[in-house]
Design a protein around this ligand. Structure first.
Ligand code: ATP
Ligand code: MG
Length: 466
């Protein structure tokens, strides 16, 4: 296998973003793993400014529940962002469609989410795209907020501004964001509330929080008790959610109030009942130097608001590399950040087929399974299943099947099936490219059920734990 940069090898694709792939990069000697987000500027010339804003904000953050930013490299047509690797995958993988997860587990993730959001707001940063797909998990199953592509600074030196950009992912967006202008904090809190519903019920309550949406109107008018997802939730959970999903932002629970609510405060045991708890996970935020903080925030604030990832924009400012990185950076990060060999990496470079088994094992993904059949037979079975389900699909030269469809909210849903050999076995790996993570998981489970007879019953099929 060729080195990606001296001493580092390029691993598999971890996920797909709006502007390119996220890949695993591993240090050969130490097995340190880093996630590398790649943005191809020749394909997305408008992305440069978005990436600058994303990195400017992300680099000033340091919190146990936020993906650590390590650094960035700019090449002629490529931007590389190096991030802490979250080996546990995405939170939506833990959500059983239409069921959710046990209350104690939802509580754990929700507490960690609120802790991250509280930290962000303490730094004057609004995330603006909180959703399970942007919440990753580390090897210890701790939640890590990621993707600062839509984040912005709304408070500097105590002076707060309201926001004017309509952005986010519709089912998670607060009603006032659709109206504009809006306050940053309540909007992030709203999205966290929708995430809590997704965790507890495995579904989203509405397409968007606006008058056109009958489900939202019913909720607003208190006529929701017999409808899903609300009827799946117990009174205790609902009592917290009712304070978060409040139409009027000024009446919505603040983070301090969420933390005082008994649902949040008192531990659930694994049987779902509240038990005594000693401490709520505190913030272990590492403070930056005040000067550095202000320079970064000014850079950010001097930027006009970005209308969204899709929009064209001009790159107007530059940022210097930060001297030294956070405490949690891998020891050999410099090789990655300083090497000029990055230029030799073609964006479309296909992954060298070698046994990356030790590293592959670090990835815990539930949207994959091993099969007993050979590659050809597997593809045939999958295709016949896709045909039966009337999916539109295409197969590229590398054997990756791309499926395009619409979800039940009439939103585009695109996902890929990648079939590869791993340790002499055939692995069928499903990955979301575009659309709702929950809907993707529903489709995955349905296809999996249809090809059940070829699935190899192996413990590694359930969850690959390192
Ligand atoms: P989108 O706009 O579609 O959300 P994006 O361009 O902002 O995408 P990200 O959300 O940052 O991209 O990353 C895309 C996917 O890559 C994530 O959903 C996740 O599956 C994977 N990924 C990103 N960062 C990491 C990481 N640090 N560790 C592991 N996987 C990651
Ligand atoms: Mg994302």
């Amino acid at each position: 296998m060729t080195d990606f940069v001296d001493g580092w090898i390029l691993g598999h694709t971890l996920g797909e973003g709006a502007y390119g792939e996220v890949k695993l990069v591993i240090n050969k000697a130490t097995e340190e793993a880093v996630a590398m987000k790649m943005v191809d500027l020749s394909k997305h010339p408008d992305a440069r400014r978005t990436v600058r804003k994303e990195t400017t904000i992300h680099r000033m953050l340091s919190n146990p529940n936020i993906i650590q930013y390590f650094g960035q490299r700019s090449e002629k047509n490529m931007e590389y962002i190096f991030l802490e690797y979250a080996s546990g995958g995405e939170l939506f993988d833990k959500i059983e469609p239409d069921i959710g997860m046990p209350k104690w587990e939802a509580q754990k993730y929700f507490r960690q989410l609120i802790s991250a959001v509280e930290y962000l707001h303490s730094r004057g940063v609004a995330h603006r795209d909180l959703k399970p797909e942007n919440l990753l998990l580390d090897e210890n199953d701790n939640l890590k907020v990621s993707d600062f592509g839509l984040a912005t600074v709304y408070r500097l030196q105590g002076k707060e501004r309201s926001l004017d950009t309509r952005c986010g992912t519709l089912p998670y967006v607060a009603p006032e964001v659709l109206e504009r202008p809006y306050q940053a904090e309540p909007a992030d809190i709203w999205s966290s509330g929708i995430i809590l519903v997704a965790l507890l019920a495995g579904e989203l309550p509405w397409d968007q929080a606006s008058a056109e949406c009958p489900e939202y109107e019913a909720w607003k008018n208190g006529k929701y008790m017999s409808v899903t997802p609300w009827k799946k939730l117990d009174k205790f959970s609902l009592s917290l959610i009712k304070h978060i999903l409040v139409h009027e932002p000024s009446r919505r629970f603040k983070i301090s109030e969420i933390k005082k609510h008994a649902w949040f405060r008192d531990n659930f045991s694994e049987d779902g009942n509240p038990i005594e708890r000693d401490v709520v996970d505190g913030l272990r935020a590492k403070r930056f130097h005040k000067d550095e903080e202000e320079v970064l925030m000014r850079t950010c604030l001097s930027q006009p608001e970005l209308p969204g990832k899709e929009t064209n924009g001009l790159s107007t400012f530059t940022i210097e590399e930060r001297p030294g990185f956070s405490f949690s950076q891998p020891a050999h990060m410099e090789d990655l950040l300083l090497s000029t060999q990055l230029q030799t990496l073609a964006y479309t470079q296909t992954q060298t087929q070698t046994s990356l088994s030790t590293f592959q094992k670090m990835v815990r993904r539930m949207t994959r399974f091993f099969v007993k059949t050979e590659c050809d037979t597997t593809v045939k079975r999958l295709i016949s299943c896709l045909k039966k389900e009337s999916y539109t699909y295409r197969i590229n030269e590398c054997g990756i099947i791309t499926i395009s469809s619409m979800d039940r909210r009439k939103m585009p849903l695109v996902f890929k099936i990648n079939i590869h050999e791993m340790d002499g076995k055939i692995l069928v790996d499903f990955r979301l490219s575009k659309g709702c993570g929950l809907e993707f998981k529903r489709r995955f489970l349905k296809i999996k059920e249809k090809v059940d007879d070829i699935i190899a019953r192996d413990s590694s099929n359930h969850r690959q734990v390192s």
